[in-house]
Design a protein around this ligand. Structure first.
Ligand SMILES: [Zn+2]
Length: 320
């Protein structure tokens, strides 16, 4: 009978061992569950990143294998985000297809010039000074462009010229603004040269050409029809009618400093600025101011536009 308790003990031990095994198994299951839960949470946290990388990896694959003609339908089917809109060129609004060959020629001759300016300059005829010249399109407008490409009719005389002192004449609107500006400045200036007729310009130009030759005449005077003074919107401003130091000395005066800061408020711009001689076609003229209206002059100031050629090439024909 001694074997009976022994047997029972054995059975008990076996059972205990079994229970211990079960416990261990349960523990492993719990550990496994916890680990899986952790992994699941981690996956959820990282999933936006995972999706993104998946997407970007997929796009080039599909677009590269799909026929370009079918590309649109394939992208809508796979619900890809809309492609970014085509960036607009700055010059789109003033680009003229008829000028394309000239843009290309000017751009290759001036590789440093941004294309935006190439388009504007060519529109203003900067590439063809005294070559293939054209009549200006708006000679009686305040916004008229008269330069070495666009000319005024021989017969053009502004209809509203008024005296600004000493027989000097400007168009009515420009004259009023000139006098207003002069008052605001509070310093002595004179309108040394204002409206000049075609005939007067022709006389002065030819006289110079006969005495000093074509190159000097072209440097000192506009050819008849090409002068801004014929528009009645340009005024040569000096301290006095005769400066023994020469007209260029005006650049060193307080009057000039004031004008560079305030003239735009009255619609005037310095037309031929230093550093832009290749664009305007003229030597630097601190004395020559052109009325273009307060709105346009302010726009030039705020946009940092230095020449009327650039302004006109961009906005002249399209309006402000
Ligand atoms: Zn002038």
């Amino acid at each position: 009978m001694s074997s009976q308790p022994q047997e029972r003990r054995n059975r008990l031990e076996a059972r205990q061992a079994h229970i211990a095994k079960q416990k261990a198994r349960i523990t492993w299951v719990v550990i496994g569950f916890v680990v899986l839960l952790g992994a699941g949470l981690l996956f959820l946290l990282l999933s936006p990143h995972v999706n993104k990388t998946k997407q970007s990896a997929v796009i080039p694959e599909t677009t590269s294998t799909v026929d370009p003609l079918q590309q649109d339908t394939s992208t809508t089917q796979t619900a890809q985000p809309d492609p970014a809109p085509k960036p607009e060129n700055k010059w789109d609004s003033y680009y003229k297809a008829a000028n394309e060959a000239r843009y290309q020629a000017y751009a290759s001759e001036n590789p440093e010039t941004p294309y935006e300016l190439v388009v504007a300059f060519v529109n203003a005829g900067v590439d063809q000074m005294y070559i293939n010249t054209e009549p200006t399109k708006n000679q009686s407008d305040i916004s008229v462009l008269a330069n070495k490409h666009y000319y005024l009719d021989e017969s053009y005389v502004p209809s509203d010229l008024v005296d600004v002192g000493g027989g000097a004449k400007l168009r009515k609107e420009a004259a009023a603004k000139y006098l207003e500006m002069k008052d605001a400045m509070g310093m002595k200036i004179v309108a040394d040269s204002t409206y000049r007729s075609y005939a007067e310009q022709k006389y002065a130009y030819n006289k110079c050409k006969n005495e000093f030759g074509l190159a000097v005449a072209d440097r000192e005077f506009a050819r008849p029809g090409f002068s801004e003074h014929q528009t009645g919107l340009a005024v040569d401003i000096l301290q006095a009618h005769f400066d023994p130091q020469g007209k260029a000395h005006f650049e060193n005066t307080k009057q000039y400093a004031w004008l560079t800061e305030h003239a735009y408020e009255y619609g005037f711009i310095q037309r031929y600025r230093d550093g832009f001689n290749d664009i305007t076609g003229y030597i630097t003229e601190p004395w020559h101011w052109r009325y273009i209206g307060v709105e346009a002059a302010t726009k030039m100031k705020t946009e940092g536009i230095a020449t009327y050629e650039e302004y006109y090439g961009k906005y002249g024909e399209t309006g402000l």
